[in-house]
Ligand binder design. Structure first.
Ligand code: TXA
Ligand code: MG
Length: 316
């Protein structure tokens, strides 16, 4: 682990002002959001955004999410069809990303959108993320602050361990409260669920009064689908009886489990613990891992989505 050059900043006035300075000079700052830690750069600065792709080892055709402090700031960058208006009002600030038509005058680097005519955008609810956005005074492009294909970070320490000297600074805001990435909804034509996440699809459907079409953001990004969010060990999911050589991760009362997503079966707690447990499994060098079944309702859909990717076949 090489952590010598990583500057860990406190999430206070001094730390956030330093973080905003680094962003302003085209640097990379990892910062907490309520979902996961983001790897932030000035979304208007081509060189800074290019550094995100280089640091993550991320394919250039996989576009990034832009974070802004307010719905008004989002309006400067995107058009808001009716459904987006309703969703933004109801779920922002929060763990919902909207994919919207980008305005011609938005000065967002084309690297952020990978040349698409749409922009993925959200207003995070983490007060630290909001303070940083206010201090910086502009849009911050930020994918999750991990190497492409590895487990997303939910603590500053995960970022330091995973990306170390590849970032200029990490703002330490403790544990992310949601612990899974934002739900992505496309509002270009008919509202479509592009990625399950922190806000359950049912809740969104109840607000728009119609089912979400299903689509996948991964269509444009082959290779992202398989073994994403993967720990080093092999993962099986929906396991009621683990094999003798598997480290077992329970959900609800699971007497023989080494770790438990939530001992009392609380889905929100399970979501918040998932990535941290995957990181711990790496730390102990677990070779074979079995996850107990998690019901596919509410945020459980997003938990199972991440587990499915973690257990997908690995590229050779
Ligand atoms: O919770 C989150 O969303 C975190 C935090 C840091 O905000 N960010 C995050 O970013 O998960 P990332 O880069 O790991 O995931 C962004 C996803 C990708 O799957 C990408 O393909 C999709 O958003 N995306 C971005 N722009 C898009 C667009 N214009 N159309 C369709 N999908 C898009
Ligand atoms: Mg990610």
């Amino acid at each position: 682990m090489n952590t010598i050059d990583t500057q860990v900043l406190a999430a206070d006035e001094v730390g956030l002002s330093l973080a905003a300075d680094i962003l302003g000079r085209g640097g990379l700052v990892a910062f907490p959001t309520e979902t996961v830690y983001g790897l932030g750069a000035d979304a208007r600065d081509d060189v800074a955004v290019a550094k995100i792709f280089a640091a993550k080892g991320r394919p250039n055709f996989n576009p990034l999410i832009v974070h802004v402090a307010t719905i008004e700031a989002a309006r400067e960058l995107c058009d808001f069809p009716d459904c987006a208006e309703i969703l933004a009002r109801r779920f922002w600030p929060g763990s919902l990303t909207l994919v919207l038509p980008i305005k011609e005058r938005a000065r967002i680097s084309p690297l952020v959108t990978a040349g698409l005519s749409t922009l993925a955008i959200r207003v995070p609810s983490s007060p630290i993320a909001i303070k940083l956005l206010e201090e910086f005074g502009g849009p911050i492009a930020a994918p999750s602050a991990n190497l492409s294909g590895t487990i997303s970070p939910t603590t500053a320490d995960h970022v330091v361990q995973g990306m170390g000297e590849l970032v200029d600074a990490v703002v330490d805001g403790g544990h992310c409260t949601v612990g899974l990435e934002s739900t992505i909804v496309g509002c270009n034509s008919r509202p479509a669920l592009l990625r399950p996440g922190g806000v359950p699809a049912e809740v969104i459907e109840a607000v728009i009064g119609a089912p979400l079409a299903s689509a996948s953001v991964e269509i444009n990004a082959p290779g992202q689908l398989q073994s994403h969010y993967a720990p080093e060990g092999l993962v099986r999911m929906n396991v009621k009886v683990p094999l003798a050589d598997e480290v077992y991760v329970g959900f609800g009362p699971t007497p023989n489990a080494k770790y438990n997503l939530s001992a009392n079966g609380d889905m929100t707690e399970a979501a918040a613990n998932l990535f941290d447990i995957l990181h711990r499994l790496n730390d102990i060098g677990a070779k074979k891992i079995a996850f107990a079944p998690v019901p596919s309702v509410g945020i459980g859909v997003a938990i199972n989505d991440r587990l499915r990717r973690a257990s997908a076949p690995r590229p050779l």
